[in-house]
Design a binder for this molecule. Structure first.
Ligand code: PLP
Length: 260
């Protein structure tokens, strides 16, 4: 049976991140993709020019439309924009209880545009972390969720991952890309284990949407493998391929997208 995957996230009209990256990833990995749009962004490879959040009641209407009719095997959650949208998504998850929820706690774009109100970080931690099967923060996002300093060593990464588990999620993938001077392992933290995943650092300027793409690959592959180590290993291998091919794309004048 072909898995059905749903992204709840923001639109990137330039096609490299957000909903568009998620749907391309879902298709590339052989699943049937669906989308609940939380915000429209006007953006390109040079930055985010404007954000228009969808009214929370309309996010609820989209969730109802999908969940009331269609089996959903995995959900990826990306940009949520504000507290009202977080509350709407949390309520939909409580009502429909999808088997797998991958929470990418998107906060700021690569060029520094806020994609989540500062005041909404607390709501994300309280209402969505406890409903996440796995959360996939980079180091600044993990620090913001925990209200602590950013990890600077792998030991601190693992410790912060364990602290996020205490906030109620079932697993954490701490993404190490922001650690300097390392080959940037990501750490999978579950109540039972802590496993590092290393991948070669690929030299390309085209990295727009990397985080969105990894979390949607995890959502697409979990229904196939049904365990985190295999899911993450295959998702990271696939992302490395997308990054390795990114230089074949000549999209825009700034940070271009990975090749889905
Ligand atoms: N735009 C949207 C709608 C996103 O969801 C995200 C990331 O999740 C971004 C932009 C940021 O992408 P990047 O930081 O890779 O440029």
């Amino acid at each position: 049976m072909i898995p059905h995957t749903l992204t709840i996230a923001g639109s990137d009209c330039s096609g490299g991140a957000g909903i568009q990256a998620d749907l391309k990833t879902f298709s590339a990995l052989g699943t049937y993709g669906m989308s609940v749009i939380t915000a429209l962004t006007a953006q390109n490879t040079q930055g985010v020019q404007a954000v228009h959040a969808v009214p929370a009641a309309f996010v609820t209407a989209q969730c109802q439309a999908v969940f009331s009719d269609i089996r959903v095997d995995a959900v990826k959650i990306g940009m949520l924009a504000d507290t009202a949208i977080i509350a709407a998504v949390a309520e939909a998850l409580r009502e429909w209880r999808p088997a797998c929820v991958v929470l990418d706690p998107v906060m700021v774009s690569k060029n520094g545009h806020r994609l989540l109100a500062d005041s909404a970080i607390d709501a994300l931690r309280r209402h969505l972390l406890p409903q996440a099967s796995i959360v996939t923060p980079n180091l600044p996002e993990a620090a913001a969720l925990l209200g602590c300093d950013e990890a600077t060593t792998e030991t601190e990464m693992v410790e912060q991952g364990r602290n996020l588990l205490k906030a109620g999620c079932q697993a954490v993938l701490m993404k190490g890309g922001h650690l300097s001077g390392s080959n940037s392992p990501d750490w999978l933290i579950t109540p039972q284990e802590a496993i590092p995943f290393t991948a070669p650092r690929i030299q390309t300027k085209n990295t727009h949407g990397t985080g969105c793409t990894l979390s949607s690959a995890i959502a697409a592959l979990y229904p196939r493998y049904k365990n985190w180590p295999e899911t993450i290993s295959h998702a990271k291998t696939w992302l490395s391929g997308a990054l390795a091919q990114a230089d074949q794309l000549d999209v825009g004048h700034g940070i271009g997208p990975v090749h889905h």
